[in-house]
Design a protein around this ligand. Structure first.
Ligand code: UDP
Ligand code: MG
Length: 323
């Protein structure tokens, strides 16, 4: 079921997924207060905090914040991707996604709003520099996006995170994609709409440490590819065809040689190589099929992507729309 909200560009919600951010939140509140107090940000009607199963005092911190807040507390940690999806399903206006750790400076919001008023529907922030990130992380993410782009055929925005202003149209589109194992970066590209980038310098984390480790990043990377492209399956098929061709040619060679020169037993090395190589290709292909089958399996269960423990709307919130 699709809802059509035509935005009149009169109100905006700031969406902030938080997970164990008790140290950064006080700093964030200060910066948000300054922003809301400034004239050019009267458009901001709500700040939507989503607590993604924090194990520290993040939910209590959020409750103490006096601004126009809505907060949603998830029943456990569902990951940032699902937390953002929960926001898309609960936000009633156009929205801006920012991180709670102040890596995305809220002061850039007026600039994004300007671009949005000019008619752009997805104003995304591209990182000019990434302070506090290792060279290795930078290289791997760069290579990954090139790969994802090749696999999906969609233009994937490079050096771009989730920091962006999404018009109502984009949010409605994203809500319709309630798939499991989400990869938002690819989804943002996939939906299309009028996009524009602006450059910014990504600050290091204000406090605490990143929630991502390499294992999770690899998981997300695989989800990005298997969620969008069947290319790896085809690749497995190509490998199979090549291996079969090679096997046929080699079989002919062996038969002819046996007929001409008689039985020639030594051949341990070549047998081993062929067996190992074919075994390797088979296992790899099975693995690839398994990845896709796993996706199909989780998708067919139709489980919700997140569960809400508590939802709270503060008095300051001007938006009383109910759904
Ligand atoms: N986050 C979340 N759920 C998670 C992990 C992270 O809601 O399971 C939030 C986190 O609180 C932060 C944002 O997502 O506001 C980005 O996370 P982080 O800073 O750890 O990622 P990075 O900036 O290093 O990519
Ligand atoms: Mg961060």
């Amino acid at each position: 079921m699709q809802q059509h909200h035509q935005s009149d560009k009169s109100s905006l919600t700031i969406i902030i997924p938080c997970c164990n951010e008790e140290e950064s939140l006080p700093l964030l509140f200060k910066r948000l207060d300054q922003l809301i107090a400034s004239d050019d940000c009267s458009i901001i009607c709500t700040i939507l905090f989503i607590d993604d199963g924090s194990r520290d005092s993040t939910p209590q911190e959020i409750k103490q914040y006096a601004g126009p807040v809505r907060d949603i507390i998830l029943s456990r940690n569902f990951g940032k991707e699902n937390a953002m999806f929960a926001c898309f399903e609960h936000v009633h206006t156009d929205g801006i996604i920012i991180d709670a750790d102040l890596q995305d400076p809220p002061e850039l919001i007026p600039q994004m709003v300007d671009l949005w008023r000019q008619g752009y529907e997805d104003v995304y922030a591209r990182q000019r520099s990434r302070a506090g990130e290792s060279w290795f992380k930078h290289r791997t993410s760069h290579t990954y996006y090139r790969l994802l782009q090749r696999f999906t055929g969609a233009t994937i925005q490079q050096d771009t995170g989730d920091f962006r202003l999404l018009d109502r149209k984009c949010i409605d589109a994203l809500r319709r994609m309630d798939e499991v194992d989400r990869n938002s970066k690819a989804l943002f590209s996939w939906i299309g709409f009028r996009k524009i980038e602006f450059l910014y310098d990504r600050d290091p984390r204000a406090a605490g440490k990143t929630k991502w480790n390499y294992r999770e990043l690899i998981r997300l990377a695989i989800d990005g590819i298997t969620g969008f492209a069947t290319m790896p399956l085809r690749l497995a098929a190509y490998c199979g065809v090549l291996a079969s061709l090679a096997a046929i040619i080699y079989a002919i060679v062996i038969i002819v040689r046996t007929l001409v020169r008689g039985i020639d037993v030594p051949g341990y090395a070549s047998t081993m190589v062929v067996v190992l190589l074919l075994g390797g290709i088979q296992l790899l292909s099975l693995g690839i099929i398994g990845e896709y089958l796993g996706r199909v399996f989780t998708q067919t269960k139709h489980r919700p992507n997140y569960l809400i423990e508590e939802e709270r709307v503060s008095k300051g919130e001007g938006d009383d729309e109910t759904r």
